[in-house]
Design a binder for this molecule. Structure first.
Ligand SMILES: O=C(O)[C@@H](CO)OP(=O)(O)O
Length: 243
């Protein structure tokens, strides 16, 4: 049996401004740094101390992991980073205001783009200021121009089945610090959630979610947020973005 801890980054500048973010590398705001501190305290208080951390290549996830691990005195553990843990690429929506987008295109289209399983938003123009063209961190990677959740699952699963499982196999407590939609993809797999039902799942910022996994790398019991009341309130805020 092994322990997997999922942690969405703390609140970012664009979460605060209600903008579609995707692969744009925005920073945490102070409240997001505080969430990361609290996340680290919860790890320490609960005794769930990571032996290794996996992060995306985006600053908000990296900084959240650094802060949380510093607080629980695990700043020294090995770090692995991979683009496959990045947020879902939001295509041409990156940089747009969520409420304005909802008003312009209507509730149904807005929710299809935001939470639909297999409908990607329109692709981003390569010369958009919010595209990642020529970003050296993605050298050698075919950068997506847009992604739906199904696409995220496809690019994430090889990383789950490879580097993350390697660490679980070695008996390590694994912390994965990533994003709302890349974690929705992983939770969909772990909790075997249907393509329709995953639309209703929202991951709160900065709150550790702990899984006990069996031999088949699936949960042996329901996963737990380390502060369930705060998790519920924060997930409701994510769900209502754009309203
Ligand atoms: O904008 C984004 O990249 C994501 C996460 O912040 O938003 P949403 O919850 O709307 O998918």
């Amino acid at each position: 049996m092994s322990t997997l801890i999922l942690l969405r980054h703390g609140r970012s500048d664009w979460n605060e401004k209600n903008l579609f973010t995707g692969w744009v590398d925005v920073d945490l705001i102070d409240a997001g740094r505080e969430e990361a501190v609290r996340g680290g305290e919860l790890l320490a208080e609960s005794g769930h101390l990571p032996d290794v951390v996996h992060t995306s290549l985006l600053r908000r996830a990296i900084t959240t992991a650094n802060i949380a691990l510093d607080v629980c005195d695990r700043h020294w553990i090995p770090v692995r980073r991979d683009w496959r843990l990045n947020e879902r690429h939001y295509g041409a929506l990156q940089g747009l205001d969520k409420a304005a987008t909802r008003e312009l295109y209507g509730e149904e289209q807005f929710m299809t783009w935001r939470r639909g399983f297999d409908t990607p938003p329109p692709p981003i123009e390569l010369d958009s200021e919010y595209a990642q063209t020529d970003d050296p961190r993605y050298d050698g990677i075919e950068i997506p121009r847009t992604e739906c959740l199904k696409d995220v699952i496809e690019r994430l699963m090889p990383y789950w089945e490879g580097p993350i499982r390697e660490d679980l196999d070695a008996g390590r407590t694994v912390l994965v610090t990533a994003h709302g939609n890349s974690l929705r993809a992983l939770v969909k797999h772990l909790d075997q959630i249907s393509d329709d039902d995953i639309a209703d799942l929202n991951i709160p910022t900065g709150m550790p979610l702990v899984y006990d996994l069996g031999e088949d790398y699936l949960p042996t019991r329901p996963a737990e947020y380390l502060d369930p009341a705060v998790a519920e309130a924060e997930a409701a805020k994510v769900a209502s973005q754009g309203r």
